[in-house]
Every structure is written in C-alpha cells, then in structure tokens.
Design a protein around this ligand. Structure first.
Ligand code: C2O
Ligand code: CU
Ligand code: CU
Length: 548
C-alpha cells in the first residue's frame, strides 16, 4: 500500500455487530485542538492488535488459561513489535491434557508469556493500532503514560464490545521511556489485567540514543506481578485477597506467587557487563520495595516518564502498581556463576485490612527474581553522567499556586455486604460526571495536592494508594507525613524516586504529595484514579476535564 493512501485513510471503525453509533459519535467529535508535534510523514507504524483467550504452559501439568494481546506489524519496521523477553525454558508440555475440550488447538511453539507484546516506537512517530476485541466481554485500551487525545485512550465510555475493532491513532509525543498498555473497563480492569492483559510501550528518542545506554540484548524489560495459582495451574482472582477474602472485598488482590515477565520462579541470566533493566510493577495491588540481596545499592536511571538527568543511588526503591523504574546494573565485577537475588524487602505502614493475603501480606519480604552471572569477563563501565535534560515546571507558573487543588482519598458506604466504595474527594466514579474542582484549563500549569488522611485506625483505612493521572507526566515537588504515622513511613521513604517525570505516585497513609502538572495539546475528558486496580474498580476513579 502507498504511504499516502495509508495516511489518507480516515480513522474508521469496522464492526461485526451493532452499536457503533456511540463510538462513531466519539470519533466524529474529536476535540483535538492542536497537533502534538510535527510528525514526519514517512515515520509511520501500523499494528494489528487483538485481545484474546489462550493457554500456555506455565507450570508442569495442566496449561494455564489466560487472556493476552497478540499483535502483528501491518506497516513499518517488523522489529517494532517484540515478545516479552526471557530465557526459553524446557516447556513442560503435556499433550494428553484433555480437561478442557473447548480449548483452542495448541501451537507448535507455545507462547512464552501471557504478557506483551512490546510495542517499540520513536518519539514523533505516528502509530495506528487496529485493536480487535476477541474476548467474551467488552474492554478498552489504555496507553499508560502516553500523552494522547482522550478519544484515543481508555475512557470507560469508549468500550469496545466483543468482535469489534477500534482504531487508536496518535503521534508519539512522549520522551523516550518505558510506558505500558492494559485494559480499562470500569469495574473489570482488575480482573482483565489479572487474566494477563498487559504489554509494554517502549519509546525511544535521540536524546536517549546520545546517552549511550546498554541496548539490544542488554536492555531488559522486567514486569513484576503476583498471582494465586491453584492446584490445577489456574489463576485464582479473589478480590478480598488470598486466604480470608470476603469482608473487606475491595482492599485489593495480593497473590503469593511472584511472576516476572509472566513466569514464576524467574531467573535472569546475565553476562559480566552493564545492563539497562526496565522494571514495571504490573501487579493489581502489591507494592514492592526492591533491593539486591547483598545490599548492593540500586543505580536508578529512569522513572515513569523516562530518563532522569543524572543517575541516583538508592539502597532500595519503592515500586507501587503502575510505576516504572529503570536501573543501570553492572555485573562485570561478579564471578562467573555468581548468583544474586532481587528482593522485595520488609516494610510497614501499608498493610491491607482484614481482606489482605495472610500468606504474603503487603510489606512481607520475598524474592522477586534470581540473577545468574554467566560468561566471560566484561569491561567494568560507569553510567553516563548526563542522561537527559528535564524541563522543570516552576511553582510560580502554576495558576493556582496560592490554592492547590486538593484530592483526598477516603472510603465510604457499608462495611458489610457489597456497599463499600473507595472515593476521591468523597465521590465514587461516575462515567459522565465531573465536579467543579475537576475542570482545568488548557495550557495552564497547576499544583495539585494528594491527601491520604489515614487515621491508621479503622479497618482498611490505613492503605497505600498509587495515584495515577491519565494523559500527562507530572513532577513531584513535595511530600509530607502526618507525625503519628512516621514509623511505617521511615521504612519506605528513602525508596521514592521523585527526581524524574511521573504518571503514578505512591501515597502512603498519612502522606500529602504536591505535584506540578501542565495541561497541553488536547481538550476533553480524562480519568485519574488509584492504580490499586481493585480500588479503581470499586469507585476510586474520577474524570477530569481539560477545557479551553
Ligand atoms: Cu495504568 Cu488508568 O491506568
Ligand atoms: Cu494510565
Ligand atoms: Cu487505592
């Protein structure tokens, strides 16, 4: 197909069913007020992506039924789509399993992971994704961290029904970084992500290339998740948590098996050289306090919105659901055969209520993955001194600098039965509702204050909330903790990395966080929410409207 023909094709919808009127109306009313960047017409990527159910061999015995995304490149560099990396194991394939006669025929080479694909795009590139929903229920795509128009992203009112195709098209405006994608249907995001739906969206740019970081086989994405796996090797989703369930059904899901890149008991083989490790917390509710088992400090090079200006060292790094952190890890000084573990270290103050998993509560220590050093000696290197340049927002540029917009988390409704809701400023999610304090003006900078006024007393109240804002990257300018809750806070605070761009921020019980954000390029309705997916599904999401 000719380039012009491709680009002139209007964004359209194909459907095998009824009910496209609403979606067409949304597309037609596209409130794009400005092109993001001048995009190079030759730089175009078109992908077909489908969400579908399949099975894969995860553990010896019965195959695990999962949901996942499968993609193919329709136009552009075939390397723009990659599978989640990991060592191919000896698959414990047992073809005699006839337990599920409905199961699709097994592929000759089974998928390595339910996760993926990795979409690789360049800043300035135009990307079109023809998304087909082959799931038995409605879903919607969200490009977590990307600065795209509201109608190209996630809003729960733009559900794609089973059998339907929705075309997402946008220019990559973000700087180089590790972004990701996952479903976003209000009320079932947690379950759909849990079933396996999540992939990475890795953006590159010239500034990143100039930094000269480890690339190719030495640039490794690591997606960390937790699951409960039953005796028949199936994922178990209990929103009340692992063992007790029930009463505080909305606290969040905690599993007792840790998976990296979709594999349990993950081991990463590394050469004796430097690596770039891109970590994503893709868990529904679990918070990780990441550290090496031998106390080697972590060298952090990036956060949600790409590279820091300079590396920072931390003895541990906190990673809440939705957050990313990039590490520069040099194994050149290790002996061949050496083993290390990436651990989640103990912390307190963020335990869940009675519904939490009693076998592996939030804050309990465990191994995230093993690292095995193999091969010949490499040259010890040091990370680049200048990684990138960050344009800092200034408080004096915020239109509301003297009156920050505040957003307080709380819980309301009945404690028994199904009535409990998680709230933002006292309100649960309503698809078409936007409050006065949720309306912002295009081309303004604002200061927002996130408040977790936890007393620490009531059941379920003393919880951590990773707050995520769609459509932009923000800067964290201040944190403050209530004096009676400093004990737990001291076990996490040195692991925050606020030096770079963020789209998700961990808000501890008793904590207040000030952010600077800027609303640019697009008007329309976005959401902000808690990235504890069970909280999000239980009301802890709201719209915000950008208007002229
Ligand atoms: Cu990754 Cu609205 O979320
Ligand atoms: Cu998001
Ligand atoms: Cu929450």
């Amino acid at each position: 197909m000719q380039m012009n023909e491709l680009l002139n094709r209007r964004t359209f919808l194909r459907t095998t069913g009824l009910g496209t009127a609403g979606l067409l109306a949304n597309i037609g009313a596209a409130p794009i007020v400005a092109k993001v960047r001048t995009n190079n017409v030759g730089d175009f990527l078109e992908i077909a992506l489908q969400a579908t159910a399949f099975e894969l061999p995860l553990l010896p015995g019965t195959w695990t039924r999962v949901w996942g995304y499968k993609g193919s490149v329709l136009y552009g560099d075939p390397a723009s789509l990659q599978t989640i990396q990991g060592p191919p194991r000896n698959y414990p394939v047992r073809l005699s399993n006839r337990a599920n006669l409905q199961a699709p025929p097994r592929p000759a080479r089974p998928p390595y992971s339910y996760l993926g694909p990795i979409i690789k795009a360049r800043r300035g590139q135009r990307v079109r994704i023809n998304f087909t929903n082959n799931l038995p229920e409605s879903t919607v795509m969200h490009w977590h961290g990307l600065h795209v128009a509201p109608e190209m992203d996630a809003h729960p009112s733009r559900l794609v029904t089973p059998g339907q195709t929705y075309i997402y098209e946008f220019d990559i405006a973000n700087r180089a970084g590790t972004y990701w994608f996952h479903p976003h249907p209000d009320g079932s995001t947690g379950r759909q992500v849990y079933n396996g739906l999540a992939g990475l969206f890795i953006v590159s740019d010239e500034e990143e290339a100039a930094a000269g970081l480890p690339a190719g086989n030495y640039d490794i994405p690591l997606v960390i998740q937790d699951r409960i796996i039953d005796a028949n090797n199936q994922f178990v989703y209990q929103t009340g948590g692992g063992q007790t369930g029930g009463m505080t059904g909305n606290d969040g899901f905690l599993g007792d098996r840790i998976l990296v890149n979709g594999r349990p008991d993950f081991t990463l083989d590394v050469a004796r050289r430097a690596y770039r490790l891109r970590l994503l917390n893709g868990s529904n509710s679990r918070v990780y306090k990441l550290g090496w088992d031998d106390g080697t400090p972590l060298t952090v090079i990036g956060t949600d919105g790409g590279l820091l200006e300079q590396t920072v060292q931390r003895s541990y790094v906190m990673l809440a659901p939705g957050e990313r952190v990039e590490l520069w890890a040099d194994f050149s000084g290790r002996e061949s055969g050496a083993r290390m573990q990436l651990r989640s270290l103990q912390f307190t103050g963020a335990e869940m209520g009675m519904g939490g998993n009693q076998m592996l509560p939030n804050g309990a220590p465990f191994t995230v993955m093993n690292v095995r050093v193999v091969g010949r000696t490499g040259e010890p290197t040091s990370p680049p001194t200048q990684l990138s340049t960050i344009n800092r927002y200034r408080m004096e540029d915020a239109v509301n600098r003297n009156a920050p917009r505040s957003f307080a988390v709380s819980m309301g409704g009945g404690m028994m039965g199904g009535g409990m809701r998680w709230l933002l400023n006292g309100r649960p999610y309503q698809e078409a509702e936007v409050a006065t304090n949720e309306i912002v003006r295009l081309n303004t900078t604002e200061v927002w204050e996130l408040i977790n006024n936890s007393t620490g007393g009531m059941m379920g109240m003393s919880m951590v909330h990773p707050i995520h804002i769609h459509g932009l990257q923000f800067q964290v300018i201040a944190r403050q903790i209530a004096s009676q809750l400093t004990a737990g806070y001291e076990t996490v605070r040195y692991g925050y990395v606020d030096e770079g761009w963020k789209d998700t921020v961990m808000l501890m019980p008793g904590e207040r966080i000030r952010l600077l954000l800027r609303f640019e390029d697009f008007t329309g309705m976005y959401v902000y929410h808690c990235h504890n997916l069970e909280h999000e599904d239980a009301g802890m999401m709201r719209n915000y409207l950008v208007r002229v």
